[in-house]
Structure formats: C-alpha cells, structure tokens
Design a protein around this ligand. Structure first.
Ligand SMILES: [Zn+2]
Ligand SMILES: [Zn+2]
Length: 339
C-alpha cells in the first residue's frame, strides 16, 4: 500500500475480458528483485496500491472470442510486460520491450487506456492480451518455469543477440537469480562456461549448475591469466563494480553483456574498448516472439530455474532473505496459498 509498509492482503477486480484477451488462473508467481525495488519505490515513481509479480505461470480459464493462441485448460505464462503501442519499429519487429512509446509493465503501470492499473502476479488471476501470453510445456515443473519469464528471458536474449555457439568461451559474472540462468543457457548452447565470482563459496554451486570453470574475480593472478580470453561475458552483478575488470578479459570482438543494474554509473577507459574491438551491450528482457522461443528451448533442453517454493504469507520474510541473497536462486509463490 506504500513504500514503507509490508505487503498485506488487498482485494481488487481484473478488467473485463476483451475479444483478444486471455484469463489466466495464476498457479505460481516468481519473486524478482525488481519487485522489491518497486514495492519500496527505490527507482522512484511507484504507483500504489501495487500488486507486484512478473514471473507468472498458470492455466487458461477462459479466452475472448478472437483468441487463436489459447484454449481453456492450457498452461500459460505472463512475463514482465502486458502491452505496448504495437505500431512502432521495435513493436513491429516483436521487440516490444523497446517500444518507442514505452512498454506496459505487468504492474506498477497504467494500461494503455491510462485508466486501468496493471497489477502483477502475486494474485489469483490475470487478464492479458494473447500476444503477451506464452505457452509452457507440461514436461517442465510448473513452479520452476515461472522465473523463466524474467530471470530466464533477461539472460537468454543477450546470449542469442551475441550469437553464442558451441565452443564459444562464455563467462558469467555474479551467481544469483540471473546468473544461474545465464550459466544454464550458455551450457545448453554448447559454450565453455566460466563463473566469475567474488565469493569462493560459489565455486561448488557453479559446477552443480553446469559451469566448466570457476574464477575468483578478487584473485588478481587468476584474472590476469584470463586476459583477452572470453568471447562473451554476461554481467549480472547489481553491486557497484568496475566494468574494466571484465572488459580486459574479452578476446577479439568480445562483448560485455550488461543485465545487472548497479547504483553508481561505472566509468570506462576507452583504451579497453578499442583493444580487441570490444563492446558493451545492454539488454532488457526479450520480445514476445523471443520469449516463446526461450520457453520452447527450455522444454527441449529441460531447463528450469532452481527455486524455493513459498506460501504467499511468507513474502515479507522472503524479501528480507532476498536482500541477504539468501535464496537458491529464486523464491516462487505457490498461489494456492492465497485462494
Ligand atoms: Zn524481474
Ligand atoms: Zn511500440
């Protein structure tokens, strides 16, 4: 209800189903660190009352009469956005996350009509235009698929953009919700994967997730040995850090793919960029077509997130633990606890 109060029960109505809308019974909702940022208004401009949650997995209850993609009873997912202008250049290319007029976030946003508030996944049902609703394979454990809708697509999209292929040397910096998905995807794409972390305790966890190597990023000698070594580094670190530490490790045409959001803005020495013609590329979630591709890739490769399933009533404790990074690697709310 406000930045300073804990989450509490709140009743609201979803809008009426339009002809191209899908009504989804929410079964699981992932807990993303950006939920916490927005709930506490750490990015500014938060709108209350706010129902967070943008990693939604459930089952279709009902569809509008023009809906072609879904039938009642099918599994369905909703991610970080629920609409966009639909006519600008990025939208036409199905990269709605970069909509010129701004995408409509799943919560903490007004819908395109400027009247209805978009509310997120910590709820029992959601109504969403079918373009922003995705199919999930019944081969995957449903609770563990929810985080694919944010942590998954956020790391899959830049790896695809960088055209990672078998044999490429990929490093992942930071082992949390994003980092653990980046490792799984890079391994599944056939890359030789190295985890870069400041904490030695992460070495065993990184191996378990499939990483082939581990480098302690606070160890100067170890980092020096990997100078100009990697084709791609996925930087998921949200703590303040120096980009140059990672840039130096990039080989010819190497890319630093930035998905973490540190508070202070890093300075970069251009000499480190012109060497090896390195680049820094930012990336934000993924478009609707790519999100479905990612979910299909997960079904084919049997990839899900590592999750700790919690009841809704545990959410405030879960937030405290999230701040201490005390979760491997994503909390997922079992929405049966709210019904
Ligand atoms: Zn998220
Ligand atoms: Zn647009």
């Amino acid at each position: 209800m406000s930045p300073a109060t804990p989450l509490a029960p709140f009743d609201f109505e979803r809008r009426e189903l339009k002809d191209d809308d899908v009504l989804v019974d929410i079964l699981f909702s992932g807990v993303c660190h950006s939920d916490l940022h927005q709930v506490r208004d750490e990015w500014g401009g938060s709108i209350y009352p706010m129902v967070p949650g943008h990693e939604i997995a459930g089952k279709v209850i009902r569809v509008g009469k023009h809906v072609k993609k879904f039938k009642a009873g099918e599994l369905a997912a909703v991610g970080v956005m629920v609409d966009s202008c639909r006519h600008c250049k990025p939208c036409k290319k199905h990269m709605e996350q970069y909509c010129v007029e701004g995408m409509t976030g799943t919560y903490n946003n007004y819908e395109r009509d400027g009247v209805n508030m978009a509310q997120g996944g910590y709820s029992t049902q959601i109504v969403c235009n079918e373009r922003w609703v995705y199919h999930i394979s019944d081969k995957l454990e449903l609770a563990a698929t929810a985080p694919l809708l944010c942590a998954g697509i956020t790391t899959y999209s830049p790896l695809k953009f960088a055209e990672v292929k078998p044999g490429d040397k990929v490093a992942v910096a930071g082992l949390g919700g994003l980092g653990h998905m980046a490792v799984k995807f890079a391994v599944a794409m056939g890359a030789e994967v190295t985890m870069l972390s400041t904490s030695p305790s992460k070495a065993a966890d990184a191996k378990k997730l499939g990483a082939h190597h581990f480098v302690l990023s606070s160890d100067r000698d170890a980092m020096h040995k990997h100078k100009s070594h990697f084709d791609v580094i996925v930087d998921t670190v949200s703590a303040d850090h120096n980009y140059e530490t990672y840039l130096k490790l990039l080989d010819l045409h190497g890319r630093l793919l930035v998905v973490g959001l540190p508070k202070t803005h890093p300075e970069v020495n251009p000499f480190e960029l012109i060497k090896n013609r390195r680049s820094i590329t930012g990336s934000m979630i993924g478009g609707t077509v790519e999100t479905q591709d990612m979910l299909d890739f997960c079904a084919e490769k049997n990839i899900v997130s590592d999750v700790e399933v919690i009841p809704m009533q545990y959410i405030n404790e879960a937030y405290e633990r999230l701040l201490k990074q005390d979760v491997k690697y994503r909390f997922v709310i079992d929405m049966a606890s709210l019904k």
